[in-house]
Design a protein around this ligand. Structure first.
Ligand code: AMP
Length: 740
């Protein structure tokens, strides 16, 4: 009993002894660190020492080691200590944090005030202890802020107080000034309005300043601090060390050549990444029409051999549902004998309506072993394809042709509303009819294999030619486009009941002027499968009214534009290419990074295609995406502290499925090729994630800007904001580059 009382008393004594505090101040020059310390020391009843590197050497600037020694000795004397130096980078804080222990709590007080304020204070001050004043101050502040790493509890701090405005500073002053000798402060992070906003509220807020064109009325810059003129004078502040010619050349690049159609199939025996146009076709006539397998396989091989060299980067896949199918093994063996390139032609076991979701094989075109009426029904492939594609295929087919003769085919562009399109990435179905050897079916050839083989050859020729015409039309489209975005191909086909040609007239009806799809989409009209003009615009009235674009599911997304959607829905198919998979998000490298580090955080929520779809109830999703984006940005910063990041959404994305860009601000990438690329990340077209979160929680939706004018805005350096009327002028403008 006695012992218990003794212990309690001892504990109380311990409590009373309290702890010393080492406060590591964190802030740019001009943020008010010294003023803060001095104010607290004047008002506090606790013994404090202020260690300032600018004066530690007998009133002159000293070294970090001197600060460490001095701080350690002050602590030993029982004082609490303010470490008054910038400490903006984690590494600069590490040794000081180690001074903490059972007797000493280590706190951080972060004066994370706007760059503009710090700079203007630094520029104005005279007789600064560290002689940092006048014009050179701006440059130093700017440089230091770009390296800022906000402190984390995991560094060893027991308490972090973040101050982002004068009110925050005052609150922190009150807290520390009121500390008596025995008082302690609760542990944890305080003052963080958005705990994930460290980077953007700091460096990024500073960098994200954009000037909207005067006629757009964009609000982008209204909330931002204008970057003071001093920054424009800073050497190396613009696009430092960058290969500007590659950055801003107007030339079409690889993305234009059709590599941005983004399917990535993770499995098939060829290990293909399936970024290529692919026709999946069933063996014609060998099932219900009872065509001899040997003969059919000969015809397949003959026709494949004929076409394989015309395919370019496209490929053909013979598909059968059954493992050990006779026709597949015959064809495989014969293809091997003939040394047909297995990357151009191979066989695949799987359901032709679920090649992507069921087998990871993305085929933009599938062939249907159709009946002559071009109707659903029967069994096998025809029934499966009509059923999987939904009624849209029947309607689209009926608009193209009413019937089909053996040996012919008809190409039907698949409406993007069809599940086969959205889910599997199929853009076209080619119905093809082979010869019939089944006496119980119409037009039986009664064993006439001469005629039968002739018709079968004709059918495959028609099918493969049809596929090639689709491939060419897509190539044409992408070549006609100056940038990396391609529209869903437009197909218009003349047909009549007895001409079931595979002629595809493409491009003629499409007017495009190049540019990002979000721009093209406004201007491009394409003829859809029912022959009506539909405008592919996803956001024609974007600037006027966000509501009008809120119904994303009714919009047309081309197959290529669904790649992120497919990745988000079926991440396991892409797992080798992904950085992270969770229930809520998928993280992957941008396939065409526009900077050294450029990743995408995809929401996995089905139905959120883009920012315009986001409403209050999705806030949690956005917060998760932001948190994940921040985690990756921090990781990258840890690897390379010279980087700076922005996290944000494109006002009008080119790809379906809500995705957050996490992009370093060097813009050092061969994929950044033109003004629209540039402006999509450096104008209000790019909506900062922190702003989006704020807007959604305050107003229930994001404010989307007039993207068209933003993308065609004059070119401006993202750091100094100097404007240039054209890309070449920007390139040539003296003083825009690091040589300035
Ligand atoms: P947005 O304009 O916001 O839709 O941006 C789409 C981004 O997706 C662009 O930065 C493209 O470079 C990128 N991208 C396109 N296809 C793929 C893909 N298959 N995988 C990863 N990123 C892609």
């Amino acid at each position: 009993m006695e012992t218990d009382i003794d212990d309690t008393c001892k504990a109380k004594d311990e409590e009373k002894k309290s702890k010393q505090i080492l406060v590591i101040m964190v802030g740019a020059p001009g943020s008010g660190k010294s003023t803060f310390c001095e104010h607290v020391m004047r008002s506090s009843a606790r013994p404090w020492a202020r260690i300032c590197q600018d004066t530690i050497n007998k009133g002159k600037s000293g070294t970090k080691v001197q600060c460490l020694t001095s701080a350690s000795s002050a602590l030993k004397k029982g004082k609490s200590v303010f470490l008054d130096r910038c400490n903006l980078e984690r590494e600069q804080r590490t040794d000081f944090v180690k001074l903490g222990g059972p007797e000493v709590d280590v706190h951080a007080v972060v004066l994370d005030l706007p760059a503009k304020l710090c700079i203007s204070r630094s520029v104005k001050r005279i007789e600064h202890e560290g002689n940092l004043q006048g014009g050179k101050a701006a440059a130093v502040v700017n440089r230091m802020l770009q390296k800022k790493e906000l402190p984390k509890l995991s560094e060893g701090f027991s308490r972090i107080t973040l101050c982002q405005n004068e009110n925050d500073v005052q609150a922190a002053l009150d807290t520390y000034s009121g500390l008596g000798p025995l008082d302690t402060l609760p542990h944890g992070s305080f003052g963080q309005k958005n705990p994930d906003a460290k980077i953007q509220l700091g460096i990024m807020k500073f960098l994200k300043k954009v000037d909207a064109p005067s006629n757009t009325g964009s609000t982008a810059s209204s909330t931002q601090d204008p970057v003071p003129p001093q920054i424009t004078e800073e050497k190396n502040s613009c696009l430092e060390g960058q290969e500007i010619t590659s950055l801003l050349s107007d030339a079409a690049g690889e993305e234009v050549k059709g590599t941005e159609n983004p399917e990535v199939a993770s499995v098939n025996q060829n290990g293909s990444s399936s970024d290529v146009p692919t026709l999946a076709f069933p063996s014609l006539s060998t099932s219900d029409f009872q065509f001899n397998n040997e003969k059919a396989s000969d015809v397949i091989i003959e026709k494949v051999e004929e076409f394989v060299n015309k395919l370019g980067n496209a490929r053909l896949v013979l598909v059968d549902l059954t493992q050990g199918s006779k026709i597949l093994s015959l064809v495989r063996a014969k293809a091997a004998q003939k040394h047909i390139n297995p990357k151009k032609f191979f066989t695949f076991v799987g359901d032709i309506t679920r090649l992507y979701t069921g087998g990871g094989l993305c085929c933009n075109v599938i062939a249907n072993a159709a009946n002559w009426r071009l109707k659903p029904g029967g069994g096998g492939v025809n029934a499966a394809i009509f059923s999987a594609a939904g009624p849209a295929l029947e309607v689209a087919t009926a608009e193209r042709a009413k019937s089909l003769y053996p040996g012919n085919s008809v190409i039907v562009p698949l409406p993007s509303t069809s599940p086969l399109c959205g889910r599997e990435g199929v853009t076209h179905v080619i119905h093809v009819l082979g010869p019939n050897m089944n006496p119980r079916r119409p037009n039986c050839l009664d064993g006439d294999y001469v005629k039968g083989c002739e018709i079968l050859r004709k059918a495959y020729t028609s099918l493969f030619e049809g596929f090639l015409s689709i491939v060419r039309s897509q190539e044409k489209l992408s070549k006609g486009c100056n940038e990396d975005i391609r529209l869903e191909p437009s197909v218009s086909q003349d047909h009549s009941e007895d001409v079931h040609g595979n002629y595809i007239s493409t491009g003629d009806k499409i007017k495009r002027d190049g540019g990002h799809e979000y721009e093209q989409s406004k201007k491009c009209k394409t003829q859809n499968e029912v022959g009506t003009d539909i405008n592919l615009s996803r956001a024609a009235n974007l600037s006027a009214d966000n509501e009008k674009i809120g119904v994303s599911t009714s919009k047309a997304w081309g197959s290529w534009a669904q790649a992120l959607y497919r990745t988000a829905m079926y991440p396991e198919r892409h797992k080798d290419d992904l950085l992270e998979i969770s229930d809520d998000v998928v993280v992957l490298n941008d396939l065409y990074p526009k900077a050294q580090k450029h990743i995408l955080v995809l929401s996995r929520f089905d139905g959120l295609d883009r920012l315009a779809d986001v409403r209050n109830e999705h806030l949690q999703i956005l917060q998760t995406m932001h948190a994940v984006g921040m985690k990756w940005a921090e990781k990258f910063l840890h690897e390379d502290a010279s980087l700076a990041f922005r996290l944000g959404y494109h006002s009008a994305p080119s790809m379906r499925q809500l995705h957050l860009h996490v992009i370093s601000q060097d813009f050092n990438s061969k994929h950044l090729k033109n003004k629209k690329h540039w402006n999509s990340f450096n104008t209000a077209f790019f909506c900062d994630s922190v702003d989006v979160l704020e807007e959604i929680s305050n107003h229930g939706k994001a404010t989307l800007k007039d993207y068209d004018s933003l993308l065609s805005m004059e070119l401006r350096c993202h750091r100094c904001r100097s404007a240039h009327p054209s890309i070449p002028r920007f390139l040539l403008a003296p003083g825009t580059q690091s040589t300035r």
